[in-house]
Design a protein. Structure first.
Length: 145
């Protein structure tokens, strides 16, 4: 019988929850800046962009979490294939709404790009080479005196 260690925490889910919290935290500021810069259409486009980015990252976390529990080969396929599929979905959303009167395409594009990269870079501050935070931090054992 093969000895196994404790079950790994759901790291992907914890990272996605952290990113989603940060996205929702900065969303009002992003929408406000877009409203001031580009009016109501800019605000609506920025709100849609932030929602698309958060949904995109949530789909990524769910897919990677499922694949990691299944097999490492599936994890690799899911990472690449999932990325391509999710980018296709982002493009589909843009194609579907681009001609709506409430959409400001430059604001949508810039907000999608900056929010996606910004949230990922913000999260990398917390996931260092030591893998110490947030989802991978080991439980601290209490000292016995």
């Amino acid at each position: 019988m093969i000895a196994t260690g404790p079950a790994a925490p759901p790291v992907e889910r914890e990272l996605v929850v952290d990113i989603a919290k940060r996205g929702l935290l900065v969303a009002p500021a992003i929408v406000a800046i877009a409203a001031v810069a580009r009016g109501g259409a800019g605000a609506a486009s920025a709100a849609v962009a932030v929602a698309v980015v958060i949904l995109n990252l949530m789909l990524s976390g769910a897919a990677l979490s499922w694949a990691a529990r299944t097999s490492l080969n599936l994890l690799m396929v899911t990472a690449l294939g999932g990325f391509l599929l999710r980018m296709g979905l982002v493009v589909a959303v843009i194609v579907l709404i681009r001609h709506e009167s409430w959409v400001d395409l430059p604001t949508l594009a810039v907000t999608l790009l900056l929010t996606q990269l910004g949230l990922l870079f913000w999260e990398t501050r917390y996931v260092s080479a030591s893998l110490a935070y947030p989802g991978l931090k080991p439980a601290i054992a209490e000292k016995e005196d």
